[in-house]
Ligand binder design. Structure first.
Ligand code: SF4
Length: 537
């Protein structure tokens, strides 16, 4: 293991940052799935062998190393990443929030920085599905947005230098090059647009590049590029290409991997091809090559190839892609569109190309009219209307009743514990039946349109939807995603586009079991201008 003395100058290796700085370069990245077991034994060794072979393969620029994919416990990406770095190979280390709390993640980031890893992919992570002697307890203390914010602060020099006598005086800065994921492959407006808002939020929180989710709709891929240009989200994006097979298509169709969809039409096509003599191998390789060509044509900055490819398959796909004519991608893009029934698009379709036009979806525009919003408002839950009204009158920073609330709670703070407990019980009596309050003490109801992330979100997502939904259903719980519901609620009052335009929320675990009303009014929670999330803005 090698510690890097100067973390700004890793050993001779073309970094992802370098690669993105070449505007005409199309980056070829391959995902290496980490496995359970020791790095020197099968099957981990098989993946390590592939990674080492790819180091010598000139067409591959970067290797992405997964972090307990699918919620399974695997060897850490760093184990293989260190070996690859020593050979001058750039790697992207995935860092997810499912298995570590914020201290575990910070500790891991210090270790990653010390070893010279700078390209990190910040992810919320899959819900744990396995573990020793039973399923592991998911952590999700923070999410991908908060993780990006943490990395940004570490890069800026957090924690600040300790100036006390005898202590260190130099501020320590990391030099991470953080990236993120984005999913344009969502079916409903209420799950799709929050993903795009979250991308903007992640960029404000420090994301410097992105990788798309796996998907099979060129129009959506084009739409993401257009949306980013429209909203000036100026970071480079690589598109994911998964080498499909008939079993994989069926698995995606069954929602075997949260967040990845395969339409019935695509499954039918995959099944048909699988009946051929080569089991569809040539077809699936050509499909991946066509997807690569489309990404190039649409202006993506690279491809992120996954699906446990072998070296031979990678060579074949690259060879096919190189054989295409310059404009062939346009026909491929028209051909490779497998949306789900009634899929929502932000832009109207361009009849000439079959891709996105520059005109925003007219039905969507109409749905934002005053009349439509008023109609929608009439169907909203009273929990939203009453919660918002109470917040606007008493709890908002500019609320007319805030001073009165402050006075009352300052008074309650001075009363005996029994009185304080009575006030807390009164609060819980109001919040538990309506919101399912879990008494976390650091309330995010106003952040999520009066839906409680503690009781109604399996991953306790406070900074936007995780990306695992299918047709707005949660990947874990048998219910609609709270963020889709929040979008609908906020759309009824014309505030949906601002739903993630706020400082990043870090829940303060120290407030568990204390009065959230008191904590908000007396500025002890994340709404306070003194909180870490608010101060860093
Ligand atoms: S205080 Fe915490 S647990 Fe209670 S409603 Fe608010 S976010 Fe949910």
């Amino acid at each position: 293991m090698t510690f890097v003395n100067n973390i700004n100058s890793p050993p001779s290796r073309i970094t992802l940052r370098d690669l993105f700085s070449e505007p005409d370069r199309f980056i070829f990245a391959v995902e290496i799935e980490t496995t359970r077991g020791l790095a020197m034994e099968e099957p981990a060794n098989r993946m390590a062998r592939l990674a080492h072979n790819l180091v010598d393969f000139a067409d591959v620029d970067v290797l992405g190393l997964t972090d307990n994919p699918g919620g399974n416990p695997n060897n850490r990406p760093e184990a293989l990443g260190l070996q690859l770095h020593e050979r001058g190979q750039e790697v992207i280390v995935n860092v997810s929030c499912k298995d570590y709390n914020r201290n575990g993640i910070e500790s891991r980031l210090w270790a990653l920085g010390s070893y010279g890893f700078d390209a990190v992919l910040a992810l919320t992570g899959d819900y744990p599905t396995a573990g020793y002697a039973g399923q592991a307890k998911p952590v999700f203390d923070i999410d991908s947005v908060a993780l990006l914010e943490m990395i940004r602060r570490l890069n800026e020099g957090y924690p600040p230098a300790d100036r006390s006598v005898g202590a260190q005086t130099a501020t320590i800065r990391t030099s991470f090059f953080p990236g993120t994921s984005v999913s344009p492959f969502k079916v409903r407006e209420s799950e799709y647009l929050p993903q795009l808002f979250k991308l903007a939020y992640k960029i404000r929180s420090g994301a410097q590049w992105a990788i798309t989710q796996i998907g099979y709709d060129s129009r959506k891929m084009d739409e993401l590029q257009r949306y980013m240009a429209l909203k000036q989200l100026n970071i480079p994006v690589m598109g994911s290409v998964f080498i499909l097979s008939a079993p994989a298509a069926r698995f995606f169709h069954r929602w075997g991997v949260p967040g990845i969809n395969a339409s019935s039409e695509l499954v039918e096509l995959a099944n048909k091809q699988a009946k051929s003599e080569d089991k569809g191998r040539a077809f699936f390789h050509e499909l991946a090559a066509k997807q690569m060509a489309i990404l190039k044509g649409l202006g993506y900055r690279g491809v992120y190839l996954s699906g446990r490819p072998s070296l031979r398959h990678i060579e074949t796909i690259i060879g096919i892609e190189k054989s295409f004519g310059q404009d062939d991608w346009k026909d491929f893009a028209r051909e490779l569109q497998f949306p789900l029934p009634e899929e929502f698009y932000y832009f109207e379709q361009d009849p000439d190309t079959g891709l996105a036009s520059s005109q925003v979806n007219q039905n969507y525009v109409a749905s934002k009219s005053r009349l439509s919003r008023t109609r929608k408002r009439l169907t909203q839950s009273p929990a939203f209307t009453v919660g918002k009204l109470t917040h606007d009158v008493f709890f908002d920073a500019k609320a007319p009743g805030k001073k009165l609330g402050e006075l009352i709670y300052k008074g309650i703070d001075k009363t005996p514990k029994l009185v304080q407990r009575f006030a807390h019980c009164t609060e819980q009596a109001a919040k538990f039946p309506v919101y399912g309050c879990h008494d976390c003490g650091d309330c995010s109801l106003p952040d999520i349109a009066y839906l409680c992330p503690e009781s109604q979100c399996a991953k306790n997502q406070r900074n936007g939807p995780c990306g695992g939904t299918k047709d707005v259903r949660c990947e874990v719980l048998d219910k609609d995603c709270i963020w889709s519901r929040a979008y609908d609620r906020l759309k009824s009052i014309g505030q949906e586009e601002q739903m993630l335009e706020r400082p990043v929320v870090f829940k303060n675990g120290a407030l568990q079991g204390t009065s959230a009303w008191s904590n908000t009014l007396l500025e002890r929670d994340h709404h306070s201008s003194n909180s870490e999330g608010q101060k860093s803005r």
